[in-house]
Design a protein around this ligand. Structure first.
Ligand SMILES: [Zn+2]
Length: 271
């Protein structure tokens, strides 16, 4: 599933070819993905100039000079193809500029697209209650302390709550808790201030490392087999059940289930 770093890589890759360009043609190859394409999508985008691109949580944002932003979500299997020679099955939406072609490709169709007034993006329903961006200035130890106050829920689950931090997925929560040496089952309200001070840079570091690994172009982003490239060998705990922890620790990575999802951690390093 595309996580925040993949969405960021996608947005940066699209921006290289799309920012400042005029959209000349928009094609829909079906009426819907996870949801129907919004009414007026083709008319609104055709002839519009892309002023900028951005990201909020795991949503990509394509801003236009028509005061409208096209929001996209990649769902489970979505990705953008660029400058393809042949149209492919599962290319649901195609955008053409004078010199490039982009296709939103999504075999499982959990992804979707919406059109939102750029001025009203913050109140668009999925964004309205969302917490701060993990890579932005809104995430701080003080924010986490306030959000966790008197909460008994495990810190792992609280970090997956989009109202507390936007866009953090399972991989990066596991990795950040390892780096910050915080046990995933610890009740959020009992995590010490120094631990929260370690957690914020740990979250940023794991995301930034993944963004760096994702490469700087769309061509690098998807492997030739079309699968999203995860760099599992670089994870310290995620997916490493039974494997040795990183030296000098002599512990073994353990897997537990929290909230129906796996958590990997080192019981020796993470208290
Ligand atoms: Zn360890």
């Amino acid at each position: 599933m595309p996580e925040l770093p993949e969405v960021e890589t996608t947005v940066r890759g699209l921006a290289r070819y799309l920012k400042g360009e005029r959209i000349e043609r928009v094609l829909l190859h079906r009426p819907d993905m996870r949801f129907p394409f919004p009414p007026g999508l083709v008319q609104t985008l055709t002839g519009a100039r892309v002023t900028d691109l951005g990201r909020r949580a795991k949503y990509g944002l394509i801003h236009t000079d028509r005061a409208t932003t096209m929001v996209f979500h990649l769902g489970m299997s979505g990705r953008w193809r660029i400058d393809f020679s042949e149209p492919a099955k599962h290319d649901h939406l195609v955008i053409e500029t004078a010199s490039h072609r982009f296709a939103l490709h999504d075999p499982r169709r959990f992804g979707f697209v919406d059109l939102v007034d750029t001025d009203a993006l913050e109140s668009w329903p999925p964004f309205a209650a969302m917490g701060p961006e993990p890579l932005g200035p809104g995430l701080s130890a003080g924010h986490l302390r306030d959000a966790f106050k008197r909460r008994r829920q495990a810190i792992k689950l609280m970090l997956l709550d989009q109202r507390i931090v936007a866009g953090l997925g399972n991989i990066y929560v596991c990795e950040a808790l390892f780096r910050a040496r915080i046990g995933p089952r610890k009740p959020a309200g009992t995590v010490s201030r120094p631990a929260l001070e370690r957690l914020v840079p740990a979250i940023r570091a794991v995301l930034e490392q993944a963004i760096g690994d994702g490469g700087s172009t769309l061509r690098d982003y998807a492997r030739p087999d079309g699968e999203l490239g995860y760099f599992a060998s670089r994870f310290d705990v995620y997916g490493r059940e039974g494997k040795p922890c990183r030296p000098p620790c002599s512990g073994t990575v353990k897997r537990i289930v929290q909230g129906g999802r796996s958590t990997w951690f080192c019981p020796r390093c993470q208290k």
